[in-house]
Design a protein around this ligand. Structure first.
Ligand SMILES: C[S@@+](CC[C@H](N)C(=O)[O-])C[C@H]1O[C@@H](n2cnc3c(N)ncnc32)[C@H](O)[C@@H]1O
Length: 273
């Protein structure tokens, strides 16, 4: 049975809106990864933790009308949104099912490829999801992962209040068994699950003033602020003062904000298995 973890970032309207913006924001980085894999028309692929849209459109375009994309998502709310998203884009080859990436119940070895973006950085037992994902792919098929690592998320000039908020967020996440620096070790998780020919690269962006993702730490903190305070990771007045300082800093056009590192992994399921 899957552990009783909730989605780290919650499912508020703000998080829903953030995930919708993410479809466009991360689209080019994901599409470059799909290009590298060489996904072909007619392929049957699965996307675990697809969220309200994620990469469904990009995968749908690549497999074309003769292929199929199955999105698996645990949140009923995001399943509804993803179905609407797919209908709005007239993609009959894309299906969304409510399900658990820990235990999809899907037939083993039944997909040409499997993909997952920014799911492992939200779950307490990533190795179990990776094993499940790999088991869904036929011998010789591909797997692809796109995962965050907070290593490069910095501001310059630095801001002590930013460091304090990040410290509370990291402590809150790790208390739930969640590794915000998981991107760097996805290659080990997939290798341990039997994946071969693993190739990894990473992308980092600088978010200028006005960019949707410039205030990403603020958005993450807002998603979980009551739990950060309630569970004693930071006091309410300290959080509020730090958030005010963070807003001020973010609105200064001379402050540089760098993104998380996004580790992109592709690999093959061995032909002989
Ligand atoms: C950060 S969002 C990423 C969504 C999408 N993949 C994207 O890149 O835009 C993580 C998603 O994983 C889903 N999720 C988390 N744990 C899951 C699980 N065990 N099974 C299925 N979905 C899960 C969440 O509900 C959420 O939609």
């Amino acid at each position: 049975m899957a552990p009783k973890d909730h989605y780290l970032l919650g499912r508020s309207q703000a998080e829903e809106a953030r995930l919708k913006r993410q479809i466009a924001n991360l689209g080019p980085d994901s599409d470059a990864q799909f290009e590298k894999i060489g996904i072909r028309p007619g392929e049957k692929v699965v996307d675990l933790g697809c969220g309200p849209g994620g990469v469904l459109q990009l995968l749908g375009k690549r497999v074309g009308p003769t292929g199929s994309v199955l999105g698996i998502e645990r949140s009923a709310q995001f399943v509804d949104l993803a179905r609407r998203f797919v209908a709005d884009h007239a993609m009959g080859q894309v299906e969304i099912r409510e399900g658990d990436a820990y235990d999809t119940g899907l037939p083993r070895g039944s997909f040409d490829g499997a993909h997952m973006r920014l799911v492992l950085v939200n779950v307490p037992e990533p190795e179990r999801i990776v094993r499940e994902m790999v088991s869904l792919v036929r011998p010789g098929g591909w797997v692809a992962s796109f995962e965050a690592d907070f290593v490069s998320h910095i501001y310059d000039p630095p801001l002590p209040e930013w460091a304090r908020l990040l410290e509370a967020y990291i402590a809150y996440s790790s208390a739930q068994g969640i590794d915000l620096f998981i991107g760097r070790r996805t290659h080990r998780l997939f290798r341990d699950a039997g994946v071969e020919d693993i190739q990894v690269d990473a992308v980092v962006h600088v978010y200028p003033p006005g960019h949707d993702r410039r205030p990403i730490l603020r958005d993450f903190i807002n998603n979980v602020r009551d739990r950060l305070i309630g569970d004693g990771f930071i006091q309410r007045h300290e959080l509020e003062e730090a958030m005010t300082a963070l807003e001020r800093h973010l609105s200064d056009p001379d402050v540089l904000v760098a993104s998380n590192a996004f580790f992109r992994l592709v690999g093959r399921v061995p032909s002989s298995v």
